[in-house]
Design a binder for this molecule. Structure first.
Ligand SMILES: [Zn+2]
Length: 426
């Protein structure tokens, strides 16, 4: 039995208390690992009480026994370059081609163009139960600050349903284009929340890492790198990033995305790398849709999966999340912003089977991702009433079946409904 939780006034049984006034009660839902259903009471945009059969006399919605959680958290997406397949003819499907095609397209982006495409993507994310996201936004001589200006507008436009933070990102190098560092600084002044780099596209990867940390320190913002995105186990940039993270006292404030080199390392080298990442408090974001599409080319048979081993990293104490990365562009010509689908994709290719594994994968698109963004998350008394109902009895079932989301609330206000599919029996 789940004890009633409330800020004050509750004894162990809610039934003996007179009906209480809440703004709204979401009844009959499952949360966490509990098998019994509970009610969630909401007042002033926050969760006021959780318990079985809460007494109440206000508006109520029946959660039909579905699983309720704090919403998916997209820890790594590129809203600025989403949905551009119409202007990027893919021939090779390689990382090099994706960067070149996108660089060409980016020069033609206008603020309204980015705003329109990003708005479509954000709406897909909301309708797939995402309540928080970190989007990269490329800032360089080709994009200028147009994409940033567009995404700042998008973040404001959709704040009623989703918290969006923006990472000013140097996709195309810094030492080769020094004006990019000045533009990143300008982006941080204009409202970007953190700074990101991509050492593997820079002629001097170590100096690139230094430049990003210099900006991070100057503006006191977090850091997110794209790193080690190939299947050569040698020449990893991780030792440099780990060392700089510790040197700057940035443990808990740095993320690395892709790190597919980890999939190619020997078990011993992988253990060493995982230990270093854990010691430096660096979070890893795995991007399975992109990593599967862009790596492992040139193998006429038995193509490698090329996806970092998240469970091994987690065993060593590394904070691991999963994310969409790209939606319908040369890096990932797929995508619907469903993190339930990404979780299922990852669990499948990682050979996972047990309920405990599925729960860990669910955390990678929810609680872990929120922790990486240093944001609150979860259905508990006192928390912001960010709640999503998914058509499954538990987190592990949601991952196994790519369960559809049914409805969601942000700060206690309902933001979407996707009615459950219905059969019309004769
Ligand atoms: Zn990315």
């Amino acid at each position: 039995m789940i004890a009633v939780q409330a800020k004050r006034c509750f004894d162990s049984s809610a039934h003996w208390f007179p009906a209480l006034s809440f703004d709204f009660v979401l009844s009959n839902v499952r949360i966490g690992h509990e098998s019994a259903v509970v009610d969630i009471a909401i007042s002033d945009g926050r969760i006021a009480a959780i318990g079985p059969s809460l007494p109440h006399d206000g508006p109520c919605e029946d959660g039909q026994g579905l699983f309720a959680f704090g919403g998916f958290v997209e820890s790594h997406i590129h809203l600025d370059k989403a949905m551009i397949l119409d202007r990027c003819p893919i021939c090779e499907g390689t990382l090099g081609e994706a960067i070149a095609l996108t660089a060409r397209a980016k020069a033609g982006f206008t603020e309204d163009d980015v705003h329109a495409r990003a708005s479509q993507v954000v709406e897909k994310a909301i309708l797939n139960g995402t309540t928080r996201m970190r989007s990269f936004v490329e800032v360089d001589p080709r994009a200028g600050l147009r994409s940033l200006d567009a995404l700042l507008r998008v973040a404001r436009d959709y704040a009623w349903a989703i918290d969006i933070e923006l990472c000013a990102f140097a996709q195309e190098g810094i030492t080769n284009e020094p004006e990019t560092a000045l533009m990143l600084a300008r982006a941080l002044e204009k409202g970007a929340n953190l700074v990101g780099g991509c050492p593997y596209t820079d002629p001097d990867p170590a100096a690139h890492v230094d430049a990003i940390f210099e900006l991070a320190r100057r503006f006191d913002v977090d850091v997110d790198f794209h790193a080690d995105f190939d299947l050569d186990p040698e020449n990893s940039i991780l030792p440099k990033i780990c060392a700089e993270t510790i040197r700057h006292g940035y443990q808990g404030r740095v993320s690395v995305g892709h790190v597919t080199k980890l999939a190619a390392m020997t078990p011993e080298a992988l253990r060493t790398a995982a230990g270093r990442l854990a010691e430096a408090g660096i979070a890893v974001t795995i991007l399975p849709a992109t990593d599967l599409f862009l790596t492992g080319r040139g193998h006429p048979r038995l193509a490698p999966r090329g996806v970092a081993p998240g469970s091994v990293l987690a065993e060593h104490g590394v904070l691991v999340s999963l994310a969409s990365n790209n939606i319908l562009n040369p890096f990932t010509p797929f995508g619907d912003c469903s993190l339930a689908r990404i979780a299922n994709l990852y669990a499948n290719i990682a050979h996972l089977a047990r309920d405990v594994d599925m729960e860990q994968v669910f955390s990678m698109v929810t609680a872990n991702a929120a922790l990486q963004l240093r944001a609150p998350h979860g259905v508990c008394v006192g928390a912001s009433a960010d709640i999503v109902l998914i058509d499954a009895p538990s987190a592990s079932d949601a991952v196994r079946s790519i369960a559809p989301v049914v409805s969601g609330w942000k700060r206690g206000r309902k933001t979407f409904t996707r009615p459950r599919a219905e059969l019309y029996r004769p």
